[in-house]
Write a protein that binds this ligand. Structure first.
Ligand code: MLT
Length: 266
């Protein structure tokens, strides 16, 4: 898996590009990076080209600005800019958790550039007051104690008990991925997530094929909530991934990939 670099107006963005065929952009969760998509990138589904960027401030995409200035819309704009640089007018967009927030911001900006929408382990609603208070606490933590503390906080919520039992190495992989990020990038994402608007009303406007995917053991965005979200999207299907929790694409890669590209055209 060799990363590539694109020169955006705002600075360089690192991304992975694998497979050939209809383009599908893969947007990672907080606080990971494009390497979250390793199983899909190493084994792209037939007929699909997968493009997975490190969102600004994660992995190999340097932050280049104050964390307090980050927004979900800025991530979305940069993904569109990357698509343009790669000659991709429209693409499938798969967003997992925070990546889903970015996918919905892209949909709001320009639905004509999204040919298929896959929302995984995510929600359309804005942060509740409690969730926002949690973001401030995490900002304080990452400033004082750095990414390892964030990894320790997040890991128990990201992976399920089935993964812990059957794939003990996965926790280490995710921990390393989180810890490889710069604290400022993590802070920027927390800022972006706490200020994102409620995009629930947007769901009814989706005109492309859409799938909502959720791990059966997801405690961050539980299956019942994801299923409710799928019912707001015209024609969308809902796929529950048994034995996975929040990071369903990593925990059950094959089932996730099938749901991501199955049923419906790019
Ligand atoms: C994620 O996995 O991206 C996060 O759980 C999203 C969030 O904290 O809202």
């Amino acid at each position: 898996m060799t990363p590539k670099t694109a020169s955006l107006a705002s600075g360089t963005l690192r991304y992975f590009d694998a497979g050939s065929g209809a383009p599908m952009v893969l947007l990672h969760a907080f606080p990971l990076g494009a390497e979250q998509w390793r199983p899909q990138l190493l084994s792209p589904p037939a007929g699909w080209r997968l493009v997975a960027p490190d969102l600004r401030g994660f992995g190999g995409s340097p932050l280049l600005g104050p964390p307090a200035a980050m927004t979900i819309e800025r991530y979305a704009d940069e993904v569109f800019e990357l698509m343009t640089l790669l000659g991709i007018e429209s693409a499938g967009v798969t967003g997992l958790s925070m990546g889903g927030y970015v996918a919905l911001a892209m949909l709001e900006r320009d639905p004509s550039r999204i040919s298929r929408l896959v929302l995984a382990d995510t929600r359309a609603a804005a942060d509740s007051d409690d969730a926002r208070a949690g973001r401030y606490r995490m900002i304080d933590l990452v400033r004082r104690e750095g990414p390892p503390r964030i990894a320790a906080e997040m890991l128990p919520k990201l992976l399920g008990s089935t993964s812990a039992r059957e794939q003990p190495d996965l926790a280490l992989t995710v921990e390393r991925l989180i810890e490889s990020n710069a604290p400022e990038g993590i802070e920027a994402a927390l800022t972006a997530m706490k200020t994102r608007p409620d995009r629930t009303a947007l769901l009814a406007t989706v005109a492309c094929p859409a799938v909502v995917v959720c791990g059966s053991d997801d405690v961050v965005t539980p299956p019942a909530e994801c299923e409710r979200m799928s019912r707001r999207i015209p024609g969308a299907s809902f796929v529950q991934i048994d034995g996975a929790a929040h990071l369903s694409n990593l925990e059950r890669p094959e089932a996730f990939t099938r749901a991501m590209v199955g049923g419906g055209q790019a």
